[in-house]
Ligand binder design. Sequence first.
Ligand code: SAM
Length: 617
Amino acid sequence: MDTNALVNVKKVSSETIVNSDEIHSCKTPMEELKSIKLCDMKVPMIYKGNYLVCKVVKNPLARICTRVGIHDLNDNFAIVDLYNFRYNLDDVEWISPGTIFIIKEPCVRDVLKYELKAIDIFSPTDVIFVDPADAEFLDKIGAKKWYESMSKDAEVWKNEANEFFKDGKYEKAIFLYERAIRCNPENPILYLNKSMACLKTGAFYMAYEAAKHGLEKGGDREKALYRMGQAAYGMREWKKAADHFLEVLKEFPANEFASKELKRATSRLTEERNGKFDFKSIFVESKKEKAELDVADYKGPIEIANIPGKGRGMIATKDIKEGTLLAVSKSFASAYEQDLPVNLIPEISEQVLTPTNVKAKELYDLYSGDDNVPNDEIPFGIVDAFRIKNICRFNCFGFQDKDGQNSFYLHIPSSYFNHSCLGNAFNSFYGGNVMVIHAAADIKKGEEICFSYGSPYTAYLERKKKFEKWKFQCDCKLCETDANDKLCSKRDQMFEEFEEYVKANKNDPQKIRETYVKRSKFQLTLSRMLVSLASLHSDIGNFSTAIQYLEEALTLMDGPFKYGLNISQTCVNLALCYAPILNIQKAKEMTKKAFKYSLCTDLDHFKTLFPYLSVLI
Ligand SMILES: C[S@@+](CC[C@H](N)C(=O)[O-])C[C@H]1O[C@@H](n2cnc3c(N)ncnc32)[C@H](O)[C@@H]1O
């Protein structure tokens, strides 16, 4: 047997992993599974109905997954590849040699070169970690031989856990607080400390439960209630959070932290109930690196309905005016390109384990690609990596910041809007983390509300290809017009050449204009060229030509796609061209128009976005 396989973790792309059709997630409770040993396992095979008890014997290695060498209860060796447990793969401490764990329904394959068995784990909830000091549980799974006799003094483990906590090693601290609790289940401090450590790792459900137990065991009420409030806030249960902070203040009125937190929770409640958001502050905050914005989700006069041929979609519950705020959502999970592999499963795993299972239900209800497979109910506390991977594929939004860095976001409520290139809604992002959807037109009660999944500027064939990946065809008027227009792809090609050409010539888009002779509608490519040309001219101070191009572009943009084409920015550009030639009246007119189309809450918000226009408004 060659254990060198361990040093040979393959470099594979994240796609290779998450696309595997063999991703299996165990949905059966541990009590219903039977133990199995490596010698009884044939390869390749998924051992449904079984579990394997193992112990890490070889140091972990990490590339795209974390790989460890394990022994089973017969001391037979195998490789275990753990996917989707961590963002930060450099962190391997969580599975160091000596770690005992159970693999529920293991997927076994062979590594021919090394004549070894290998087990792939994709869903974090397929693993149960076992404390070597937990004699009772080890006995239950037939692993008594791995029992390590350790101190039974809870204080010893509490002190050790506190040290880990101080070093920022929260998971290790949680593991030891749990050991301490097994030694002395009546000590409330252990629960409260565990709760604090859980808050640090974002395991809010566990934090809430631990603080509640601490309270029930007679622990410090101020601390317990405050932590319950913090945990509820983390779970985005604003009312519950506010109630706990109020309870703290009632008994301990001098607690300044609780009064601050109560204010925050109340703001979230107002956002959630009335759609009253401070978009200016959200904008300022979103400009910070890897900003984590603190906002509630809001659902305006809209509801989910079945839309023939499109699955589910959003419809208006009453007549809606253009510019109305329809929805705000904070991303459920996010990943940054620089943190390769891009993988939302570790974060989603934390979120899925909430007490009421509401979040898990909302997540698993999202479209996962196969209309023929009913979205069967996933039991509470189960991370189904395969389903989540598909949900991400059909519902994630990519976002590129100004430095060209990509990030990926899953927004739950916003995932129910279908696409239309000429959508009657417009979605904008605050750093990607927060998605805001406004009505881009007047909408009648019962009408479907769609927004464009990309820029309407995207060339027709490119759009079509993109939609094919998402398994649909767009039947909007723009796609219909483009599909019937023989000059469409020629024009798109000309545009590409044009971009190169204008860079060199700063010339007129006459040739493109000519391609529209037979089509007066949707002259998007022309407007795009005019905007490009205008910017070249304004850069060299040729403002009157820039104005001529921008005014023409503005007329062409004024259609159902005006928000998608960022008409507000074109008005800003015009204002910035009128101002230097001292046509202040026009500059003010354009600034006013820019504000109208900016969807800003108020002038203050607008001025934060465009401070250099402040004097014109
Ligand atoms: C983000 S989901 C939108 C909600 C989805 N319709 C549902 O039932 O949950 C994206 C998926 O919706 C469907 N879809 C979106 N826009 C569509 C359109 N214009 N026509 C047909 N299907 C569309 C496609 O299946 C696409 O992959």
